[in-house]
Write a protein that binds this ligand. Structure first.
Ligand SMILES: [Fe+2]
Length: 313
């Protein structure tokens, strides 16, 4: 049972937004279907209801495409695998390695289960679900198909997606481009965007240089819309989204470095940044955000910034 009733949103005649606004997934339909994003334990039931409402036969859904393997993007996989054994989970080579860790390292699985429950508590507090879903007696995360840049996922009837490597937010991040429709699946590659305030929290968690390179790569692709893994779909002005993502990344990075140069305490900087982040988003608990702002400081310190890193030609 779900709390608020979120209906699917039709973005194009064969592309839909599912899940909740904060934790969306997408459905692309050709002859075959592909769910984009691995959901969360709490949005699993919402997604299933939306697919029923759309009248989609589960057998038609062939792929589950993972932009990356952060805990808030994989939580529905074990639940989907139980009911749809035919589903092929698609990820990057690094994504496959990271998901294998979840099965082989008990600590990693425990951490995932805790984070997935924390996210469910947040979704519950928004009134989007009625209860935190019970834990499973076993979790299966295997990847069935590994893809790399240039690979195509052809769903039939002219619906085809090209894969692009877009690391930086995570080492395993990949994006999708449907050239015919001008749709880009950006994922978390431009960080966390709060559309109501037009604010970005740059999320270069694995590398500042790779994060900026990925944004510049995506900006070079022709697109009418860009789908994000949190909060919204960018309709029109996609290039402006990328420009702003890069310029805010530059100012975030430069501010961190200037404060460190002035001798400010790194822990204090990270704490202040986390307090700023929660003024416009609360998708994970505060301590998690604080750990991430600390990580961003480290990434800024180790970055080698070239002159054109933040520029979109
Ligand atoms: Fe992420």
């Amino acid at each position: 049972m779900t709390g608020k009733k979120y209906r699917h949103i039709s973005i194009t005649p064969n592309f839909y937004q599912l899940g909740t606004p904060s934790f969306p997934a997408y459905l692309s339909l050709g002859d075959d279907g592909m769910i984009i994003e691995g959901g969360t334990g709490a949005t699993f039931a919402i997604i299933i209801n939306q697919l029923k409402e759309l009248g989609i036969e589960p057998e038609r859904i062939k792929y589950l495409f993972l932009t990356h393997t952060h805990a808030d993007h994989i939580g529905a996989i074990p639940r989907l695998r139980r009911i749809w054994p035919h589903l092929k989970v698609v990820a990057s080579p690094v994504g496959e390695k990271l998901l294998t860790r979840l099965v082989t390292k008990e600590e990693a699985l425990k951490e995932f289960i805790t984070t997935d429950r924390d996210i469910a508590e947040i979704i519950l507090s928004k009134g989007d679900i009625d209860a935190v879903p019970p834990e499973l007696d076993g979790y299966t995360f295997g990847v069935d198909m590994v893809v790399k840049e240039g690979d195509r996922l052809d769903l039939g009837s002219g619906v085809s997606w090209t894969v692009y490597d877009t690391p930086g937010h995570s080492p395993c991040h990949i994006s999708l481009h449907n050239e015919r429709e001008g749709t880009l699946v950006i994922g978390d590659a431009t960080g966390l965007y709060a559309p109501e305030k037009d604010i970005f929290w740059p999320n270069y968690f694995s590398s500042l240089e790779a994060y900026c390179d990925s944004i510049r790569k995506l900006a070079s692709l022709p697109a009418r819309r860009g789908t994000l893994c949190h909060n919204c779909v960018i309709e029109g002005r996609v290039k402006r989204h990328f420009q702003k993502a890069l310029s805010t990344t530059e100012s975030y990075h430069r501010e961190m470095m200037a404060r460190l140069d002035r001798g400010e305490d790194p822990d204090e900087i990270a704490l202040e940044r986390a307090r700023w982040v929660v003024t416009f988003t609360a998708l994970i608990p505060f301590e998690g955000i604080r750990a991430l702002t600390t990580l961003l400081l480290r990434r800024s310190q180790s970055a080698v910034v070239s002159e054109d890193l933040f520029a979109i030609p």
